[in-house]
Design a protein around this ligand. Structure first.
Ligand SMILES: CC(=O)SCCNC(=O)CCNC(=O)[C@H](O)C(C)(C)COP(=O)(O)OP(=O)(O)OC[C@H]1O[C@@H](n2cnc3c(N)ncnc32)[C@H](O)[C@@H]1OP(=O)(O)O
Ligand SMILES: CC(C)C(=O)C(=O)O
Ligand SMILES: [Mg+2]
Length: 556
């Protein structure tokens, strides 16, 4: 790359704000949210939404708790105009929800916009014109005064038309579009000129919306710009200061968060960040970030799958599987050490019966978004014992002892390395069944009987029916308990030379469905461990099956 620093691109000038306050501020409450999915999001779609998709999106936004929804650019298209009329004429706008409509600062467009909102109880009329140095030069070919006059003329007409429509409570919003590329003193001057016309009061505030129309600098610069405006705008108590970040540099969420810390009251954005180019700021992301900090976001994303479905249907664009909070894979760990830590985290949380969510690699409880734990751990060649054990435990109630986890994970690793594929929980269970519960070999256990040794009451005599090398046999032995007795029976009748090193059991299921699972670790004469697992409603039968499993596996 022939790159000469500063030749084609130059750095954004830092903002002179040495006493900036925002870096030490903490977000403690949700801003006013305004969804612009139906306008900014919609204008960026390959195929803009038709009536049916718009209505579905609108109803969904209402159900999520948005109180301000920019429903379109009614002067731009008949579809948008008709949609606004439909909402009003069909009483689709619940009390407490304000629709917002955008217009350029041009007379015919402003008049048409007011026609669109006629009869609504409340509406926000959002007026904009671009103020940046670049747009002044290349788009408008006007000086600062000329551009200010566009804003003033538009503001006057908005004021007049709002006054002529007393049945609708009109709230006014002004955006110096491309604000972040506008000199701050000039942006303030233009906003001040608009305010002089609209004459807001603390009881009748206007919205001043400061867009990062194109994100051109690091998010701290946006925060400085917002704090500067927050401190310098006239009559700040008459203003709702609003953010409208885009995401060209991929830092729209950070910019919005810093902007709130810098004094903003309101955020305009879209679900999952749909919008022109790399999108608008993602409202789901900011809101759920707040949620994970213990701040009520005042939006309800407790059924995130439904939000994803609606957005994908309305926008006809997919939500990326790794998209924060909503993506299909964001609550899934494939890598072994993550799985191990998650499994231990769940166990620790359960044991402590704690309220505070603390699970490694899971910054939020998937259930808070209506997602289950089913997909939290998925197994492929990057996975380890923890993940495999987690799936067997969660889906089949099998609590593998640690050493068995290590051994079985090698069996699974071999398969994932050979296939290169993800393995489902049911496949892993089938492998486990074949490997341990139904381990193939010369010996099959059929049934048993135990009695007290007539010569020593602390000892047990066990008689077991088995099939050995295809032949039915009854084997007998005595010991301190059934396991010991069965081992002695196998040794004397078929020459099994193994010793029991460790034994564990647990039950799984409840009541009549309860089943015991027994795990036995045996040692060969040379000390090599070999494991067996048995399962049965009867605990003794389960343990004898576990021994049978180990005997067969030792011979393989
Ligand atoms: C950053 C944003 O997202 S802003 C919103 C952008 N959204 C959209 O543009 C989607 C909807 N827009 C449209 O459908 C069309 O642009 C319309 C219907 C609004 C207007 O269409 P047209 O009048 O045909 O043309 P166009 O948009 O190209 O108009 C540009 C003219 O308006 C002027 N203009 C652009 N923005 C503004 C504004 N906010 N205020 C006043 N004048 C403006 C331009 O200087 C240009 O003037 P010129 O014709 O004298 O050169
Ligand atoms: C109309 C304005 C607010 C806009 O969408 C932008 O500047 O990005
Ligand atoms: Mg925008």
């Amino acid at each position: 790359m022939n790159f000469v620093p500063g030749e084609k691109y130059k750095a954004f000038e830092p903002i002179n704000l040495p006493d900036r306050q925002w870096p030490s501020k903490v977000i403690e409450k949700a801003p006013i949210w305004c969804s612009v999915d139906l306008r900014d999001g919609n204008q960026a779609l390959i195929e803009p939404m038709g009536h049916e998709r718009k209505l579905r999106m609108f109803r969904h936004l209402v159900s999520l708790g948005f109180k301000e929804i920019e429903v379109g650019f009614p002067s731009a298209s008949q579809t948008d105009f008709d949609f606004v009329r439909y909402l009003i004429d069909n009483n689709e706008i619940p009390d407490g929800v304000k629709i917002q409509v955008l217009t350029q600062s041009r007379e015919e467009l402003i008049r048409r916009t007011f026609e669109a909102v006629q009869g609504a109880k409340e509406a926000i009329v959002h007026l904009y014109n671009s103020t940046s140095t670049l747009q002044r030069r290349v788009v408008f070919d006007m000086d600062r005064e000329g551009i200010k006059q566009i804003a003033i003329e538009g503001a006057k007409l908005v004021r007049q038309l709002a006054d002529e429509m007393p049945e609708t409570k009109i709230q006014m919003e002004y955006s110096p579009e491309s604000f972040t590329q506008t000199e701050l003193d000039y942006a303030c001057e233009v906003c001040g000129a608009v305010m002089d016309i609209w004459k807001p009061t603390p009881d009748n505030k206007i919205i001043i919306n400061l867009p990062a129309t194109v994100e051109v600098a690091t998010p701290n610069i946006y925060a400085d710009q917002i704090e500067w405006m927050h401190r310098n705008l006239p009559n700040r108590d008459c203003i709702i200061l609003s953010l409208h970040p885009h995401n060209d540099r991929g830092t729209g969420v950070a910019a919005a968060e810093f902007g709130i810390m810098a004094g903003a009251d309101r955020v305009e954005g879209t679900l999952f960040g749909n919008g022109e180019r790399t999108g608008n700021v993602d409202v789901v992301n900011i809101a759920m970030n707040m949620y994970t900090q213990g701040v009520n976001p005042e939006l309800d994303f407790s059924n995130i799958n439904e939000v994803v479905r609606t957005v994908e249907y309305c926008n006809q664009l997919p939500v990326h599987p790794r998209h924060p909070y909503g993506g299909e894979l964001v609550f899934t760990a494939f890598s072994g050490s993550h799985q191990d830590a998650i499994k231990k985290g769940f166990a620790a949380l359960k044991q402590a019966n704690a309220e505070l969510w603390e699970i490694p690699y899971l910054p939020i409880d998937p259930q808070d978004l209506g997602r289950s734990y089913d997909a939290v751990i998925r197994v492929n060649s990057q996975s380890g014992k923890g993940g495999v054990a987690y799936l067997l435990q969660e889906d089949y109630g099998i609590e593998l002892p640690r050493m068995l986890q290590v051994e079985f994970s090698k069996v699974i690793q071999k398969i994932t390395d050979e296939t290169g594929k993800e393995l489902s929980s049911s496949f892993i269970y089938d492998v486990f069944t074949e490997e341990y519960l139904e381990a193939k070999g010369d010996l099959s256990f059929v049934n048993h009987q135990t009695t007290v040794d007539t010569h020593a009451s602390e000892r047990r005599v066990l008689s077991a029916n088995v099939v050995y090398k295809g032949e039915e046999k009854t084997v007998e032995g005595s010991g301190t308990g059934p396991i010991d007795a069965y081992m002695s029976a196998l040794k004397s009748s078929i020459g099994v030379d193994l010793s029991v090193n460790d034994y564990r059991e647990h039950t799984t299921g409840f009541g009549a469905d309860a089943v015991a699972v027994a795990y036995v670790e045996m040692r060969k004469p040379d000390g090599t461990p070999v494991y067996g697992v048995g399962r049965h409603a009867n605990i003794v039968t389960a343990s004898l099956r576990a021994i049978t499993s180990a005997v067969n596996r030792a011979a393989n």
